[in-house]
Design a protein around this ligand. Structure first.
Ligand SMILES: *[C@@H]1O[C@H](CO)[C@@H](O)[C@H](O)[C@H]1NC(C)=O
Ligand SMILES: *[C@@H]1O[C@H](CO)[C@@H](O)[C@H](O)[C@H]1NC(C)=O
Ligand SMILES: *[C@@H]1O[C@H](CO)[C@@H](O)[C@H](O)[C@H]1NC(C)=O
Ligand SMILES: *[C@@H]1O[C@H](CO)[C@@H](O)[C@H](O)[C@H]1NC(C)=O
Ligand SMILES: *[C@@H]1O[C@H](CO)[C@@H](O)[C@H](O)[C@H]1NC(C)=O
Ligand SMILES: *[C@@H]1O[C@H](CO)[C@@H](O)[C@H](O)[C@H]1NC(C)=O
Length: 478
């Protein structure tokens, strides 16, 4: 037994020695791993990004052994030859990242006159990722038409972020992308329609096209993308109806169509998106059909935004299964009627609620004042009324988290709206002395059980039930 550790450490030593030998063999490999044409193409591309930096002088060696951050190679064993298969036979560039992001991602910095070198689309057959961050910001650069080239056969990620002077057509930049997983073009000047060929990107998981100048509608073929998890078309000029086929995107987690010109009815098929967490349809022209009731059947939703669409109608009672909701945007939707108390009862995780600029009336349900995780509740510019149920401890919280202006019927008790208030409570009128406050409202309740007892006491139905209960008690005791 005593020899076992020493023999095992001897074995480890031999292993270490072999590994050192192996790695020294790799380093002393006579031939450069990256072939000279591909190496030259990298220098060409780097100097079209930033010609002020002497790339060849700074990185004279094989770029697969020593390259600027952002230039990434991978080793390939091209012939299945078992003798030499322990050593890589060749290397190719697999990632090109341009634009200094941070000290942790110090990609080659772009310059005001960076251009998009055409070698990018012809010289790197093994490219898996192409990334540009803030590279085209002053000089207009046109995206090439690679739609019928072989560019992108191995591409998995194509990312252009914040390049406002990058212009050209979206359909031209979508190549032979059967392996593409992420298409991220955000904050550029790309225009045109989403081509029907988008349906060929069978492995795509993310399509983010936000903040470009895109037009047209959502093509039917998009709904063929069975692996899609993120679809973000926000802040473009899309229009038309959103096709019912969007409900076929069954793996989708985030759907953002905000700030476009979509109109008509919100498709009922959205209810099929059962794992959807984030839905933003705000600031379009969806109209007149009310807040969709099917939202109540989408229990994984965390955020829903419909602001700026004239949906009209009452806020429906759909909240029972939506306890995971943290954000709701219902501003400026032409909503009428009362705020349903069930929102406060079921939405225990609510952080953010906007109901401002509607025509809501009646009292603010007392449950809403006491939600635990609230960051902002905006009820401005409605016709809400009644006394704000403040106790001294809650005054500060309400003052900072609730926006209440523009509701002429809301009032606050004298004493709570004291001089130190500079927030939303300051401009509210004082309640008439004759308004006898409901003592229940001054209770500071946190638990659900005390909440429900408050509900019983404050609803007429609850009082009748209570009365009936006492009657029964009296009858039984007789
Ligand atoms: C960019 O502009 C600088 C001078 O501002 C110039 O020296 C350089 O050659 C230009 N680079 C390219 C790629 O045009
Ligand atoms: C697209 O790529 C596939 C393999 O990924 C290849 O068979 C096909 O020829 C390519 N098409 C074009 C037009 O290059
Ligand atoms: C791109 O090229 C193809 C064929 O060469 C052509 O059919 C298509 O219209 C072009 N697209 C754009 C946006 O120029
Ligand atoms: C997509 O949805 C539409 C309508 O919702 C349906 O008719 C069609 O068969 C679906 N297509 C696929 C490929 O599942
Ligand atoms: C506001 O509500 C009151 C009833 O509480 C109603 O009399 C009044 O007409 C409403 N005002 C508007 C502008 O809707
Ligand atoms: C409160 O007093 C004002 C004027 O003193 C009166 O116009 C208003 O109707 C009163 N409100 C209530 C709810 O009694």
């Amino acid at each position: 037994m005593a020899t076992f550790p020493s023999s095992s450490s001897g074995f480890a030593f031999i292993l270490l020695f072999l590994m050192t030998l192996l790695s020294s063999l790799i380093v002393s490999h006579q031939q450069p791993l990256l072939d000279s044409t591909e190496q030259d193409s990298v220098y060409e591309v780097l100097s079209s990004i930033n010609s002020a930096i002497p790339w060849r002088t700074l990185f004279p060696d094989d770029l697969c052994l020593s390259a600027p951050h952002g230039i990434v190679c991978d080793y390939f064993f091209e012939q299945p030859n078992y003798v030499s298969s322990t050593l890589p036979q060749t290397a190719h560039v697999t990632e090109l990242n341009f634009g200094y992001v941070s000290d942790y991602t110090p990609n080659p910095p772009c310059s005001p006159n960076s251009t998009l070198n055409s070698l990018l689309f012809t010289s790197f057959k093994y490219l898996r990722k192409l990334f540009f961050y803030k590279c085209f910001t002053e000089t207009t650069v046109v995206v090439p038409n690679v739609s019928s080239s072989s560019f992108g056969a191995n591409l998995e990620e194509l990312v252009f972020v914040e390049n406002p002077t990058l212009v050209g057509s979206l359909s031209g930049i979508i190549g032979n992308f059967t392996n593409l997983r992420r298409l991220v073009l955000t904050g550029n000047g790309v225009s045109g329609n989403i081509p029907d060929r988008i349906g060929d990107l069978v492995n795509i998981e993310e399509i983010t096209l936000s903040r470009n100048h895109l037009t047209g509608n959502v093509p039917f073929s998009l709904s063929k993308l069975k692996k899609l998890r993120i679809l973000d078309l926000s802040q473009n000029h899309f229009d038309g109806n959103v096709p019912e086929s969007i409900g076929n995107l069954s793996q989708i987690l985030k759907l953002d169509l905000s700030f476009n010109g979509f109109f008509g009815k919100i498709p009922y098929s959205l209810v099929n998106l059962q794992i959807l967490e984030f839905l933003d349809l705000s600031f379009n022209r969806f109209g007149n059909f009310g807040v969709p009731l099917f939202l109540g059947e989408m229990p994984r939703l965390k955020e829903m935004y419909f602001s700026g669409n004239l949906l009209g109608g009452h806020i429906p009672e759909i909240w029972e299964k939506l306890g995971g909701i943290s954000g709701i945007g219902f501003s400026d939707m032409g909503l009428v009627g009362k705020i349903p108390p069930s929102m406060g009862v079921y939405l225990r995780n609510l952080c953010y609620l906007r109901l401002d600029n509607n025509k809501l009336e009646g009292e603010v349900p007392e449950e809403l004042w006491f939600l635990e995780f609230v960051n902002e509740i905006n009820l401005e510019n409605n016709n809400l009324s009644g006394r704000i149920p403040l106790s001294a401890t809650f005054t500060a919280k309400v003052d900072e988290k609730f926006k209440l202006q523009g509701n002429s019927g809301l009032c606050i008790d004298e004493g709570f709206g004291s001089s130190k208030n500079e927030g939303s409570l300051e401009k509210l009128k004082l309640c008439n002395k004759s308004d006898i406050p409901n003592p229940v409202l001054f209770k500071e309740y946190n638990s659900v059980s005390s909440l429900s007892s408050v509900q019983v006491l404050s609803s007429p139905h609850g009082l009748i039930t209570l009365g009936f209960y006492f009657l029964l008690l009296w009858y039984v005791q007789r």
